[in-house]
Design a protein around this ligand. Sequence first.
Ligand SMILES: Nc1nc2c(ncn2[C@@H]2O[C@H](COP(=O)(O)OP(=O)(O)OP(=O)(O)O)[C@@H](O)[C@H]2O)c(=O)[nH]1
Ligand SMILES: [Mg+2]
Length: 432
Amino acid sequence: MLQTPKVVLIGVNINNQKFFNESMTELKNLAVACQFEIVGIVEQNLKTPNLSYYIGSGKTEEVQRLMDYTAAEILIFNNELSPSQLRNLEKLFDCEILDRTALILEIFAKRAKTKEAKLQVEMAHLQYLLPRIIGAGQALSRQGGGTGGAGNRSRGEGEQKRELDRRRIIDKKNKIRQELELISRYRATQRKKRSSSGLPLVALVGYTNAGKSSLMNALIEEYSGAIDKKVLEKDLLFATLDTAVREINLPDNKRFLLADTVGFVSDLPHDLVKAFRSTLEEVREADLLLHVIDISNSNYLHQIKITDSTLKQIGADKIPVIKVYNKADLTDFSPPYLGVENDIYISAKKKIGLNELSQLICNEIFKKYIDCKMLIPYDCGKVIGYINKHAHVKMMKYQHEGVALHLSCSEADFRRYQQYIYQPAPPGQEHS
Ligand SMILES: Nc1nc2c(ncn2[C@@H]2O[C@H](COP(=O)(O)OP(=O)(O)OP(=O)(O)O)[C@@H](O)[C@H]2O)c(=O)[nH]1
Ligand SMILES: [Mg+2]
């Protein structure tokens, strides 16, 4: 395969779609992310797609001329093609055809590094492949390297061969499902361990390339100093495919877990979302979401909508959200700038607004914490240890009867250690 194959993008605007231009911009970015060279773009307005070729018959000639002129090798459609349209288009243009889903799968296949991510992408790929076995041709076998693919099939295979292919895919899917099941059980155990630590979970979500990983790294550096715990941040669509969870230690003993997750894009293939279900579990179980938005991107409003609808799709739309407008250093907003409600404008790259953001996070995740004073006898060392680890200790004083603490703690800990709660003695009578 050539390093940078030449591609022509095709966008059919069905019934005057509201976000057609934005979605074409996205398609261009996706093609670039896949290391394709865009040599032409064809757009058409239609009321309904053509049943055989998706594009209208007049357009097919224009596309053919463009392909001849530019020597393009691949046609990429901004829409999802039916198996028969895919087959007809391959025959007509005698070239590789990708639809939006196949393009996104291809990027994911290139990015997947860990075993889990690879299996998830392969699963989504097989799911995509199954109804398209007939005449899917090179478009799908190209992904073989990254996803383990379905092998090289030539066009015009017999029915028997197709049935064999179909069975092979189903068997493979079952095998992958079992492997993923194992990994997902391990993940669930990890999550259980984490939730028993009592630390709240905050998840970074948002459109791809908004700066989620950069924000995670900035918070790690600022508050945990654990530079070795940093994650990959890169000017790349879908740089992150795996969820990473890190502990953030704020002053005042305020601690929470922060999860970095895969970015979203419009029309994220349903099979892919399904395959990434266990990776996205952290988002569903989070106590708070930080919706990271690239405010310097002219399409940011569209990107907010995409994130909101993807959150709904994965069942995470009822979780409290702070909107974090990132990359404000590239705009006229001078960060840190607090917006309406829980919004904040920051720069993860320049580390501006991190203190203000962590204050907002704490206000949200610790809002049910109760302020109280405790006196714990010295022979209850375990309780003192627990409180020091789990509560936010504001003041600690060694007195005659034990350790006096001014703290705020969760409702559960407040109830659990009620016997130690005391009313401070009137001024002048307290022990020193
Ligand atoms: N100017 C500027 N650039 C930023 C800022 N935050 C992140 N970036 C850049 O934006 C690009 C993407 O950052 P990432 O943190 O990888 O984005 P992401 O949201 O994790 O992306 P995916 O993992 O692909 O979904 C990188 O080149 C960052 O350096 C910021 O505050 N200001
Ligand atoms: Mg990332």
